[in-house]
Design a protein around this ligand. Structure first.
Ligand code: HEM
Length: 430
């Protein structure tokens, strides 16, 4: 659900601390859950110009609202989890190179953290910057880092691998490509400007040289901020309003569902404030989907296409009435409708924060678009989030005929770094 940016003078960082802002503007359109760590207009156009050129530029034009929005790197949780959906995304997974172990991994995470903190402020990367995002502000850039299951064996940290990173079960509808799945390390990049996002991708890759090599990389997008007249929930490439029933930070159960608690112990202690990301590249069979009539499409999801309202009535945010019967005596929201089967009430309360990007990787030899959803679900424990829901969807979701899970990854994203700390330090240096 969309959440407006906090425009009061006390905008919190990712850890809830107050951030002083020199300028304030309001975003037109926001995508997902809360506005964690978002500073609107914290960096002025002149500030960026002088940071880049080293000269004062008092007459430089102000940056647009989109460019000037800054998300805090430091905080209790990493940025890019409750940050509103950005319009551009890159996902990149790495494997440590042979011979690289815990020391090299720690040095890499330190480099990545320095880069992330710098770029998220809208400053050029240390050393030889590529200049790709010169002239642009931070543009809501976030970099989020995670560790895959294989990382722990390669770094001698197997004893500190949480059980939450146990392999996901195989699902009957999986058609997974192992080469584009999993990985020792994973970075999610999001920004509201394509050049800012690509700049960060290059910086992350360059930092990894000598320590880790790219295993796979994927590119995604969402609607641009300001494209709609008012803030609205995003649509996916099937045209559905997608994200309505996400948990939101204002709910008392939110932290418990999405983040590992402060008091976590044993192999999980270093994950306090962190979250687990399930990453699936889900191809949409768009020719088949678009062959359905609009009412048929609405039956598949159980919601209206126009505004995302449940077929049981009301508006987008009206709760689903799963018991409502139609004139034919059947439930108005079909028994195999995606929104019925995935609802927490049907899955012992299982819930996750879905924060996806759409993707389009061209047209295949068969003429069909290679397009769909880079599905990213955040939760405190995949066994109480993604797994039970996907088990159920796998057995009877009407949507299954129109999608194909092609890749899969599970990553532990530790809590956000305190000032002076790097991401993952509590794992790598304890
Ligand atoms: C391409 C694949 C998918 C598409 C197009 C899709 C689309 C949608 C749409 C349109 C909704 C209704 C609006 C909303 O509440 O956001 C929805 C709800 C939901 N979906 Fe999916 N979905 C996909 C895959 C998945 C997967 C793999 C899972 C998890 C295993 C999942 C879990 C959920 C959940 C938990 C809800 C909210 C249910 C509720 O509380 O009402 N979805 N999805």
């Amino acid at each position: 659900m969309s959440t407006p940016v906090n425009t009061s003078d006390d905008t919190p960082g990712n850890d809830g601390t107050t951030v002083e802002m020199s300028r304030r503007r309001v975003l037109g359109t926001l995508g997902a859950a809360g506005a964690g760590g978002l500073v609107v207009g914290a960096v002025s156009g002149a500030g960026i110009a002088s940071a880049v050129s080293g000269e004062s530029a008092p007459s430089a034009p102000a940056l647009t609202t989109v460019g000037s929005t800054e998300v805090m790197f430091h905080g209790k949780h990493q940025a890019g989890i409750t940050t509103p959906l950005q319009s551009r995304g890159h996902l990149i997974a790495f494997d440590l190179v042979p011979g690289a172990g815990r020391k090299e991994a720690a040095a890499l995470l330190r480099r990545w953290s320095t880069t992330a903190g710098t770029l998220m402020e809208g400053k050029p990367a240390n050393g030889a910057d590529t200049d790709i995002s010169l002239d642009a502000g931070p543009s809501s850039l976030t970099l989020t880092f995670g560790f895959g299951r294989t990382f722990f064996d390669r770094t001698g940290l197997t004893a500190r691998r949480p059980a939450q990173l146990d392999p996901l079960p195989a699902f009957s509808s999986d058609v997974l490509d192992p080469k584009r799945s999993e990985g020792d390390l994973w970075v999610q990049i999001g920004a509201d400007d394509a050049l800012v996002a690509f700049h960060a991708l290059r910086a992350v890759q360059k930092d990894a040289a000598g320590a880790a090599r790219v295993r796979w990389q994927m590119n995604g997008f969402n609607r641009s901020a300001g494209a709609t007249a008012k803030p609205m929930t995003a649509r996916n490439l099937m045209g559905q309003v997608d994200g309505t029933n996400n948990p939101v930070p204002a709910q008392s159960s939110f932290d418990q569902r999405i983040f590992v608690p402060d008091g976590a112990s044993g192999a999980q202690a270093w994950m306090a404030g962190g979250s687990y990301a399930v990453v699936r590249r889900i191809r949409m069979l768009l020719d088949d989907w678009e062959g359905l009539s609009r009412p048929e499409q609405e039956q598949v999801i159980g919601r209206r296409k126009s505004d995302g309202a449940p077929l049981s009535g009301g508006s987008e945010t009206t709760p689903l009435d799963l018991n409502k019967l139609g004139a034919d005596g059947k439930t108005v929201i079909p028994n195999n409708a995606h929104s019925r089967i995935s609802a927490p009430a049907q899955n012992g309360g299982a819930a996750m924060l879905r924060r996806p990007f759409s993707y389009h990787d061209g047209i295949g030899a068969d003429g069909t678009p290679d397009a769909g959803l880079l599905f990213i679900a955040w939760q405190a424990d995949p066994l109480r989030g993604f797994v039970p829901v996907q088990r159920k969807l796998d057995r009877g979701d009407a949507l299954s005929a129109f999608i194909r899970h092609e890749t899969s990854g599970l990553f532990a994203a530790p809590g956000g770094p305190a000032t002076g700390e790097y991401v993952g330090q509590r794992l790598l240096e304890a």
